[in-house]
Design a protein around this ligand. Sequence first.
Ligand SMILES: [Cu+2]
Length: 387
Amino acid sequence: MKNELDQPVTIHWHGYPVPVDMDGVPGVTQNAVKPGESFQYSFTATVPGTYWYHSHYKSAEQVDLGLYGALIVEGDRQTELDRDYTFILDEMNSKGKAGSKGMMGSSNDDLFTVNGKSGDLISAYEIQTGENVRLRFINAGYITHYMNLGSIEYRVVAVDGQAVMDPQIIQNKLLPVGPGERYDVEFTAPDSSFFIREMLNTPAADGLIIPLINRTSKKTLDETEYDGIFTLTGSGIATEYASLASNKYDQEYKMVLSHGMKGMGMIYTINGRTYPDIDPLDVKRGDIIKVTLESKDMMFDHPMHLHGHFFQVLSKDGSPVEDGAIFKDTLVVKPGEKYELAFIANNPGEWMFHCHDLNHASSGMMTSVLYDGYAIPSHIDQSQPSE
Ligand SMILES: [Cu+2]
């Protein structure tokens, strides 16, 4: 990567389990790459799935202004696909402003985009009757987008890059894609064209309509009603890893998420504190770790993202997730919700664990998972902003 910007930059490979020195966190895993300088990121692409990459330097500005892209690691089933489309969802400001949230969390963004485009500028994506189509949704923005896939029957075949073992047929349910999350869906192309629509009740949603065009058909599926929202829990799905649900845990941590005021601005807190004054989660290599994420924030969603690892969602609001092991790297914690997670400490280093509303991260909601015996290399200047 060569930095031709007039400010420093790094690249974080969101979701992909890279070695720690490739993780792209300034002041923790590397020095920010100064204007005119270069940095070589290298890692092996052995874990198939849908990931993305983005700046981790002043990311609330740099990601908001578009410094991101998709990272697709193709899997064994790639040859079975006739079409494979990636849709990166985002919100933008038509006046080109960054830092898109006001002090009280209200958004100034007036455009919803897919692959950087909105409204009539959105490309048409071709399908032909009977084709096996995969769509990869990635959310690079700050709010959950609720996608209506028309009346087609689809399967959610991967979540945050991780293959689902027994994907069930879903129909007339909105697909919610939270900040930082990825959902891969597959379907057999119908004998008609159809539209994918964002269903949030805001004018910006009207500009996020993705046409899937079947040129051999004159039919277009009607705009459909929907009767619910796809949820991970209770959908009879499971990813391919062995469940950690009945394990004994080597360490247990609790992270209470909230917000408050400091001076004239908002702060977003973990256990009442802001980064870097939050104790890291200390782990040893090989440990199985349990983390309770509890929102005592009655206003804001907090899409919590762990670098370098996949975690299993064990329970939500006290009810165990019984349909199998769901492994993710980003989890939207809505106001008042409580989740239990577990992960295996299998990637030594220091790894950020933060809110992926990047304004919340830069205003305090960030901590790290720190391996026993690991220290930040001495050549890294720890005074740099890490978010
Ligand atoms: Cu947050």
